[in-house]
Ligand binder design. Sequence first.
Ligand SMILES: NC(=O)c1ccc[n+]([C@@H]2O[C@H](COP(=O)([O-])OP(=O)(O)OC[C@H]3O[C@@H](n4cnc5c(N)ncnc54)[C@H](OP(=O)(O)O)[C@@H]3O)[C@@H](O)[C@H]2O)c1
Length: 260
Amino acid sequence: MTTELGGKTALMTGAGRGIGAAIATGLARAGADVVLIARTAEQLDETADTIRSAVPGSSVRVEHGDLTDLERRTAILHTLRSAGHIDILINNAATVEPLGATAQIAPEAVQAAFEINVVVPFAMTAAVVPGMVDAGWGRVVNISSSVAGHPASMISGNVYAATKAAIEAHSRNLAAELAGTGVTVNAYRPGGVDTAMQGWIRGQDPQRIGSRLRDRFISRYEAGDLISAHESAARLLDHLLGADANTTGAIWNLGDTITA
Ligand SMILES: NC(=O)c1ccc[n+]([C@@H]2O[C@H](COP(=O)([O-])OP(=O)(O)OC[C@H]3O[C@@H](n4cnc5c(N)ncnc54)[C@H](OP(=O)(O)O)[C@@H]3O)[C@@H](O)[C@H]2O)c1
């Protein structure tokens, strides 16, 4: 077990499954205490159990709740603040919905996507960055998507593309704002990863989300092009712990193919 992050506490949103669960496990293997957040308590408990067996003696804390619920988010942040300092924040929780022709998308659905994909990362970051600045060290990573670099390539995913472009602009802007403080901010495009999010897209009605989009996700899956969440997480950990450990304002791009 490595201990590069020994003594650090990492807050991981969307840690119940998929990429978030794998990154949380990677952070714990690197020695960090981890705090896991998502809505589904059973999935969080599963991630916590996996981490405890993979990293005996690790410190794992679970907070379940909908991060778009202001009251619940405030309560979680209050509890975490009382428990101690957050050194690493990975904003990973997101939705790929709504999918479909832009003219068919209700403004409320656009707002809901921006809430979890953009507003929540802003809010989580705003809550923990002052403590990181005071400590002179902190790491914020926003999980993006390669669609942010190629927005025209995910037809029927207009809202998702817009949220991921927004989170990348936010990351770069905040990195510039915090330059010299010891707090770095980067975005990570995790590649095409075999997760529930990808499975959900493949299972949708092609009439509703557009057959081009659905067929592309199915053919990438059938071609075996998707990587595992653990492979993707390992690449992010390579950035965080390796030559890029002090890099800020970067868009770390695992693959340049369009995924989700
Ligand atoms: N999979 C890919 O190929 C791919 C490609 C590019 C980018 N990404 C990005 O990678 C990240 C993770 O994707 P994934 O594929 O692992 O997705 P996933 O399997 O759907 O997992 C998403 C996680 O976020 C949590 N979450 C969602 N809404 C939440 C909310 N309102 N409050 C709290 N937690 C919430 C989910 O748990 P609950 O539902 O229990 O809350 C779950 O733990 C996302 O930012 C995604 O956009 C994925």
